[in-house]
Design a protein around this ligand. Structure first.
Ligand SMILES: [Zn+2]
Length: 178
């Protein structure tokens, strides 16, 4: 089973909520929605295809047992009829997907806050302020210019600063685009 859709290939996170890879490989959400896709990384699309094929030959009871076994999300008392299976499956994936987006956002916001702290800036600083501050700090902590007192510590500091700078820049560039 191989599906491609060039237009939608950019910048997605894998639909598997446990996974942080880019979701590059589209897979249909259900048999009834062959034109709507999840987007998985290479590992998860393999699992997804496996489970899709795996469920195919099972009876309704077997299916329910299998899904209860494999399902780790918060729906302990699912009732499956064959007709509603696709729907429930899709619903579960959807809530997963949303949860994933929310979690990513939370993680990113926390990182962003920390990044501003690392650069010693308030979190409403402009791109210009951020760039200026980064230049100063990068110069100060750059491993190459710290010849005399060069230490692992300085290098770590430089990496921290640079990572923080990247995170802030990413966030500020997004805001401008939206
Ligand atoms: Zn994945």
């Amino acid at each position: 089973m191989l599906y491609t859709n060039q237009k939608e290939k950019t910048e997605r996170i894998c639909s598997n909520p446990e996974c942080d890879e880019l979701g590059v490989y589209p897979a249909p959400k259900s048999r009834n929605q062959l034109r709507e896709y999840f987007y998985f990384c290479i590992n998860c699309i393999r699992d997804f295809n496996k489970s899709w094929n795996y469920f195919e030959g099972l009876s309704e009871e077997e299916l329910e047992v299998e899904i209860r076994k494999s399902v780790t999300w918060n729906r302990p008392s699912w009732k499956f009829g064959t007709k509603s299976l696709n729907h429930d499956f899709e619903k579960a994936f959807h809530s997963f997907e949303n949860q994933k987006i929310l979690n990513n956002k939370k993680v990113f916001n926390k990182k962003l806050d920390e990044a501003f702290v690392i650069l010693g800036l308030s979190n409403n600083s402009s791109i210009k302020e951020v760039k200026t501050k980064y230049k100063i700090l990068a110069k100060k902590w750059h491993p190459d210019v710290q010849n005399e007192s060069k230490s692992k510590n300085n290098e770590d500091k430089f990496i921290n600063i640079t990572n923080a700078y990247k995170i802030i820049l990413e966030s500020l560039t997004k805001q401008t685009k939206n």
